[in-house]
Write a new protein. Sequence first.
Length: 174
Amino acid sequence: MDNSTIRDQAINILTELLQRLDITAQIQPSEDDDCKIDIKSDEGGRLIGRKGQYLESLELVMNRILRRQFADEPATPWIILDVDGYCVPKPSADNGEGRRRRRGFDTERFETMALDAAKEVKRWGSPRTLGPYRPGERRIIHLTLRDDPEVETISEPEADANGCKRITIRKKQS
């Protein structure tokens, strides 16, 4: 299945979510990226939230629903939401445009940190706790180490006031 089909389903999911939140918005596929959806709304601030936390949560919920609907697909792409230009999937902040933009996750930094922590856990045998991190950041760590046969990752059950949780990397229990 191609990315545009998955993106179209994501638009349907997002439309329903925004209706339930009583937010009026124009939702359309991005012209420059198959894995991105552009949202235009007079209530952009309400959608984005403080430091982009609402937008990040909305993106996470939508992608989780997509993953369940396309469970048979081996690699469902992560769909990025762009609200009134507030989204850049790369770590470049504003590209000199002077506009407020959401920074993408520094994926490489989190992958390296996860691999280094896993190496320490394997070498010394004691668990290593990282964080606190937001959901998208924890996801990178979980995905980086999910195929490692020697270690496992566990997010603590309770989030702090900012929605951040710590993540523990430990040797797999036999």
